[in-house]
Design a protein around this ligand. Structure first.
Ligand SMILES: [Zn+2]
Length: 183
């Protein structure tokens, strides 16, 4: 429930009771309404470095191995898994080639529609990498990057169909058509 408190004294008291919440620059990138909610939750955990990656489990002596299961060529940190891992890099490169934009919501010059597509694609990308990492770790099976890209494209198409099911402004429709995301 979103309650607006107009009295400054009450607002100040509420803030001191609830504790301060630092604002973060990535809030809108993670919680954009166009992102699939379960993707947003994984993104939110990744941004806070709160998922149980191997480096953390190794440090806590819960795991005896801290190597990345996807590329087997690096320590599985948050940064490695979602930014530097060769497996993830291949997926990201193919997605950027498809969309013709960098998958970075902080990029300057994106239109609102490009920004929303960028956010939802990044969220789907991280979610799918995490799913693949878990499948690889548990079942020792790993899809090729091309198959993961196909899955992300399907997720993005499906989400855009849902979000544009109502009236879409002609200008927005033309921009999405340019990205080949709606017909
Ligand atoms: Zn890796």
């Amino acid at each position: 429930m979103n309650v607006s408190i107009s009295c400054p004294a009450v607002a100040s008291t509420m803030a001191s009771m609830c504790g301060g919440h630092p604002s973060v620059g990535w809030y809108k990138d993670v919680w954009d309404a166009w992102c699939v909610p379960k993707h947003s939750i994984i993104c939110w955990l990744i941004k806070q470095e709160a998922i149980n990656i191997r480096e953390k489990l190794f440090r806590l002596q819960i795991s005896d191995n801290n190597q990345c299961v996807l590329c087997k060529n690096g320590i599985e940190t948050h940064e490695h898994l979602f930014s530097r891992c060769k497996y993830s890099e291949q997926i990201k490169e193919q997605l950027e080639s498809w969309l013709q934009i960098q998958i970075d919501p902080q990029c300057i010059g994106l239109s609102l529609q490009q920004l929303r597509v960028c956010r939802m694609t990044l969220a789907a990308f991280w979610y799918c990498v995490w799913i693949e990492r878990n499948a690889c770790r548990m079942d020792n099976c790993l899809k090729c990057p091309q198959r993961v890209v196909q899955e992300i494209r399907r997720l993005v198409y499906a989400r855009i169909r849902v979000k544009t099911a109502g009236a879409v402004k002609m200008q927005d429709r033309i921009r999405l058509q340019k990205l080949d995301l709606i017909v």
